[in-house]
Design a binder for this molecule. Sequence first.
Ligand SMILES: *Cc1c(COP(=O)(O)O)cnc(C)c1O
Length: 389
Amino acid sequence: MESERIWLSIAQMGGSEQKYIQDAFDRNWIAPLGPNVNGFEKDLESFLGEGCHVVGLSSGTAALHLALIQLGVETGDEVICQSFTFSASANPIMYQGAIPIFVDSEKDTWNISPELLEKAIIDRKVGTGKYPKAIILVHLYGIPAKMDEILAIASKYNIPVIEDAAEALGSEYNGTKCGTFGEFGILSFNGNKIITTSGGGALVCKRSEQAQRAIFLATQAKEDRPYYHHEKVGYNYRLSNICAGIGRGQMEVLRHHLARRREIHALYSELLADIEGISVMQCPDANFHSNYWLTCITIDSKMLGITADDIRLYLDSVNIESRLLWKPLHMQPVFKLYPAYVDGTSERLFNEGLCLPSGSSLKDKDIERVVSQLRKCITIQYKTNQIRL
Ligand SMILES: *Cc1c(COP(=O)(O)O)cnc(C)c1O
């Protein structure tokens, strides 16, 4: 292959990560606790804004699990979850033996539809006599959900909100950081997110007791006694002090990463503006400030004569990684028997959408190469006759 592969979203180190790791070695803090964990949590708290309490964990999925446990979600309880997301948003509902209730997205933000959310809440009450125990919403691809409408509905029915902000570190809604609106917020530092700890996550809590409780549950629920004494089931979910060292280094370049992802989105928007049949996903208005973790496009297949998957395969053949949008959870074999309140929005997005390479280390010339290959693919009407399962 003549040109180097362009990846969808890869880690970009800032330079001081190894200094923090070295410090952990020098002080022999090779454990799932220590100065880097504390320092990383403090850095996140000051970034997210006043009054939040952050707990570093081994993954975003673990953070969601601890949020559900703290909200008292148990076997047989129902939990509402945005359908258009990664499976990790719903898996912890299953860990608790609870029942996921999937709700479709609206087209402005691609996130949970306030109308369908309220419809689902009312319908569950009629059907089961109970309201769902919690609502999990997602700021997908970094675009904030319609928080005013959603929080109004949640408080009308008194149902706590968990914000899955795994893809939305640095995104803001009305000037407030995503992840700090709900009773709990969760962040992910997996390898392909805005910043990475190689693997890791965080739980964002409103109150310090919640954070203390999360630390307790994440460290095997060991009671404060001189011997090992346990009254609750615990988990081994705390973040490693080595990984947290990477996180501290990444916090020094977070603002740069955010600015670059936004620049990349702006560049794609400009370069693709004249192609009829391709739209770049944008925030609905100035109240929404996305980190643009991934720049996503939708393809009008009727107009262009090719599908999103044709484009993906073509780009792959010229050494460019792209990815179809998330397959909605209500369409996944593992979840398809659970109740779903859908109107076709996320299914349509799954069929029409594509994520373009958006990593903060990409240069303008990489983005230009992606766009020129995209144009070529459209011009030659590259078809593959792929059958989607
Ligand atoms: C990445 C991601 C998660 C899971 O985070 P991990 O740290 O990989 O466990 C959850 N939800 C969404 C929307 C994600 O993109």
